[in-house]
Write a new protein. Structure first.
Lengths: 187, 703
């Protein structure tokens, strides 16, 4: 490599994070410490990562954003990935299906508003199976932290998770029927 | 030089097989499309004419924007008298495909078809050349065969708009079809058939002159990069994507990483992410086969197709060789939306061929091929609803309207086993004037009239039929779409409303609060309710509804596709998802060289609504629109019996609130608040004094 092509540590880290972001993925702090860029040791890598979001962030890393997950800290390039998507990508990386469904169901119930359809979780980027979703439905009832999560079913059998904090059962039922039955019948 | 408009209209007389080219300039103030077509119908078809009369006419019309290169500018409006709804008043068909472009490039803003032929003919128009050709050899053929034959008999590149046997046999619910897939409904097939007109074919080689081509190009780039989403201008994708803040499984922005056009020539084509700002990827956003049929359709999607100048491509071109093997029909077809369903939900089960769910998809495609070939029009699901209604309760009503022999001759068990040839049997009866089932193609209003002794009032007012009103128009984005707002967009017309301005907003996929902020900024606080949770009527909602129909009429006149426009929202976060409602006026100025503002163009569109309302009154012979025309079906008030209006989870309307809604709506249009008819002052404000004079002469102006 010629001298002019040698990357600074910040440039090398940015390349790594950008590359993963382009693949629609977030990059974990733990993984980065185990795979330092530019031959840095763990401590040097840690120091470099601590500059992200700080006042003295290297200009190369100014578009790198951070999500604090339950199991790790996650980095992504906010110039090509939204914070909302990064949160979902981090949930997928952490592989906690109950937490993932609950976060999405609460968000969809509060924001749109709508139940989060089972089909949504079968599609990318989640790719959960029907069995996994049915298993999650059963386990939600047993865990206090998910007491607000419930399931509604439309007349065509389609289901959705919703949060009782944000939608009444009557409203959730009407919305799942609207989105899975009424709207498709009146396209 | 005339910019935008071609400056001519073509008058075709089927009685004496003559044609005349006349200047079209006097109609420019009606914009084009619906505006021109309605005005010509007003001037040339006297009130009281019946659809079947020789005096009825068919007017094809385009506008200054048609074929200008603007995204979705390939639309055409065709006006005539309705054969299928109460009053037989003015109706429009809005057709896509290539006809609009070919017709305009022949040099015409409008084509008027008048008179009636004694023998079957088709008309071939190639720029200035016009030929009335014998169509005896085509009479009785399917739309596919007629299209292929006429294409062979004419110059390369000809677009054919034709009827099938349903139109020839004068079914009220019949249509014209161009390009073997693009339908113009409104009962036009019957009017063609009545005039013994099999088809009209255009082959245009002229160009549209633009006042400022550079500006038009700039606007195209702006729309494609910053404003346009997918079909119905849905501006968020169905699944979370890295560039997007939001997602919505009901969105028509269906393409995503991993999803393909599975049957594409040369191998699957990945639709991928198509973030805003990448015009060349817009066509990958709408994977309508999957949207309409489900995931099973992905591997059978050859490509997405659509109308001339449309980047959205909402027509799913399917290649299903199994169809040919199993059912002996062509395994290729293209259609969209309800066109991909037709009468297939009549089946009680489906025969899967290779995997779970493909039987239902094939039934939909089979039904589409059959109906399109016959030129049978489903009227936004009305034909299906009527057939289902008569088949319920073990065919109780069907047994009452068919003779014993007719009923016994149909193998109803095919319906239970999913044998698709059941559809052949049913459709053959539906389009046979000698068969009692033919009566079910009259349109719901006439079905009710004929069979009222066994149907009572329930049929017309039932939720199963889902008509917007007993006039016979199907509810089309009515109360289920923004409650009173959607309902108001239905009642102006003499058919289903086909207004997409409002549903493009509520179905955009954006969170409610983002929608609300933008809509309230435009129309006032309280304009947009939460989905399935609405409030009593207010003035902001009425203004929102008026905007809905004004822009629809503008698009049908200009022409643009109201299934995509207006650009109320944008997919871009940096715009706070706000679109640009001035784009149509900017195009109008750039194309015609005039000085058009958003307000001026909306006024021109409203003028067309005023004319349309007056024409409806003249044809109905009453100006009591509130009680004779704008009456909505009982189910809209009586649905969800366990829920009260204005409570969470229902869109049922409340009767008193609806009457107040009408009053406010009439006021917004400057109509008599009791009757719902235009006043002289309003008509004169829109330079429609001659219309006011005629209404007055007939005692139809309010006191």
């Amino acid at each position: 490599m010629s001298e002019q092509n040698v990357l600074t540590n910040a440039q090398a880290l940015y390349q790594c994070l950008r590359s993963n972001t382009e693949k629609q993925r977030v990059t974990g702090h733990k993984w980065l410490l185990n795979h330092p860029v530019n031959g840095l040791n763990k401590e040097e890598m840690q120091a470099l990562l601590l500059t992200i979001g700080a006042a003295d962030v290297p200009s190369e890393l100014q578009f790198i954003s951070v999500i604090k997950g339950r199991k790790d800290i996650w980095y992504f390039d906010e110039s090509i990935m939204t914070n909302q998507y990064a949160k979902i990508a981090a949930l997928i990386e952490e592989k906690d299906i109950l937490h993932t469904i609950a976060v999405v169901a609460r968000n969809d119930s509060a924001l749109y508003p709508r139940p989060a359809e089972f089909q949504k979780f079968k599609n990318p980027p989640f790719y959960f199976t029907e069995d996994e979703l049915l298993g999650a439905q059963a386990r939600f009832a047993l865990e206090e932290q998910y007491a607000d999560i419930d399931v509604v079913q439309a007349s065509n059998g389609g289901k959705g998770f919703y949060s009782k904090k944000f939608l009444s059962p009557v409203y959730a039922q009407a919305l799942i029927e609207k989105y899975l039955v009424d709207d498709p019948e009146n396209p | 030089m005339t910019y935008g408009w071609m400056g001519n209209l073509l008058r075709l007389n089927l009685t004496d097989k003559t044609f005349k080219v006349e200047p079209s300039k006097k109609y420019f103030s009606y914009i084009g499309g619906k505006g021109i077509a309605n005005r010509i119908m007003y001037e040339e078809v006297p009130a009281g004419t019946k659809p079947e009369d020789v005096a009825n006419k068919i007017v094809f019309a385009v506008g200054p924007n048609t074929a200008s290169s603007a995204p979705t500018s390939g639309r055409l409006t065709i006006s005539t008298l309705s054969p299928f709804t109460k009053f037989n008043a003015i109706v429009d068909a809005h057709m896509g495909g290539d006809t609009a472009t070919q017709m305009k490039c022949c040099g015409y803003d409008a084509v008027i078809i008048e008179g009636s032929s004694d023998t079957p003919v088709y008309i071939y128009v190639e720029d200035d050349k016009v030929e009335f050709r014998d169509a005896t050899h085509l009479w009785g053929t399917t739309t596919t065969i007629a299209t292929k034959e006429i294409t062979k008999e004419t110059e390369n590149g000809t677009n054919v708009t034709t009827i099938g046997p349903a139109g020839e046999n004068l079914c009220n619910l019949s249509c014209v079809i161009n390009g073997i897939a693009h339908c113009g409904g409104a009962g036009l097939g019957k009017i063609f058939g009545q005039k013994k007109l099999k088809a009209i074919a255009f082959n245009g080689k002229k160009g549209v002159q633009l006042a400022d081509p550079k500006r038009v190009k700039e606007l195209n780039d702006y729309v494609m990069k910053d404003l346009i989403g997918s079909n119905n201008n849905h501006v968020v994708p169905t699944v979370p994507q890295s560039w997007s803040e939001y997602d919505n499984p009901r969105s028509r922005w269906t393409g995503h990483p991993g999803m393909t056009w599975g049957a594409a020539e040369g191998g699957p084509v990945v639709t991928g992410e198509s973030a805003p700002g990448q015009p060349t990827l817009v066509g990958f956003r709408c994977q309508k086969a999957v949207f309409d049929f489900g995931a099973v359709a992905e591997k059978y999607t050859a490509k997405m197709t659509g109308c001339t100048f449309c980047p959205i491509r909402c027509y799913a071109s399917m290649a299903v060789p199994q169809m040919e093997k199993k059912w002996g029909v062509p395994g290729r077809h293209a259609n969209t939306c309800l066109g991909n369903r037709r009468e297939s939900p009549l089946f009680l089960t489906y025969q899967d061929v290779e995997e779970e769910g493909d039987g239902k998809m094939m039934a939909g495609m089979y039904s589409a091929i059959l109906d399109d070939d016959m030129g049978l029009w489903d009227n936004y699901g009305e034909l299906l609803a009527t057939l289902s209604y008569f088949m319920k309760d073990d065919y109780k009503l069907m047994k009452q309207i068919l003779t014993e022999e007719e009923f016994a001759a149909i193998d109803w068990t095919k319906r239970e086993t999913g044998d698709l040839t059941f559809l052949n049997d049913i459709v053959a009866c539906l389009i046979n004037p000698e068969h009692s089932l033919y009566n079910l193609t009259m349109g719901a209003y006439y079905v009710s009239e004929k069979y009222h002794d066994i149907l009572g009032d329930d049929y017309l007012h039932s939720q199963a039929m889902a008509l917007w009103g007993p006039l016979g128009g199907k509810r089309h984005h009515g109360n289920e779409c923004a409650a009173q707002v959607g309902m108001l967009t239905n009642i102006l017309y003499n058919r289903d409303g086909m207004c997409h301005t409002i549903v493009n907003i509520t179905g955009s996929g954006l969170p409610y609060d983002i929608q609300r902020i933008i809509i309230e900024d435009l129309f006032g606080v309280g304009a947009l309710d939460k989905p399935a949770n609405y409030t009593p009527i207010n003035e902001a909602k009425v203004k929102f509804a008026k905007f809905g129909v004004v822009r629809q009429v503008l698009h049908d006149s200009f022409t643009l596709c109201n299934w995509v426009w207006p650009m109320t929202f944008s997919p871009r976060k940096e715009r706070q998802y706000k679109g640009d409602l001035s784009v149509e006026a900017q195009y109008m100025s750039a194309i015609t060289g005039g000085d058009w503002t958003e307000e001026r163009l909306d006024d021109a569109a409203e003028r067309i609504i005023q004319l349309h309302r007056a024409m409806t009154i003249l044809q109905a012979g009453t100006n009591d629109m509130r009680n004779e025309h704008d009456v909505i079906s009982n189910f809209i008030f009586d649905m969800d019996p366990d829920k009260a209006p204005f409570t969470e989870g229902t869109v049922k309307l409340e009767r008193e609130d609806w009457q107040k809604t009408l009053t406010l709506f009439y006021r917004e249009f400057g109509w008599d608040e009791k009757l719902g008819c235009p006043t002289r002052a309003t008509l004169e404000k829109f330079d429609l004094k001659d219309v006011a004079d005629e209404l007055e002469a007939k005692g139809l102006l309010p006191a």
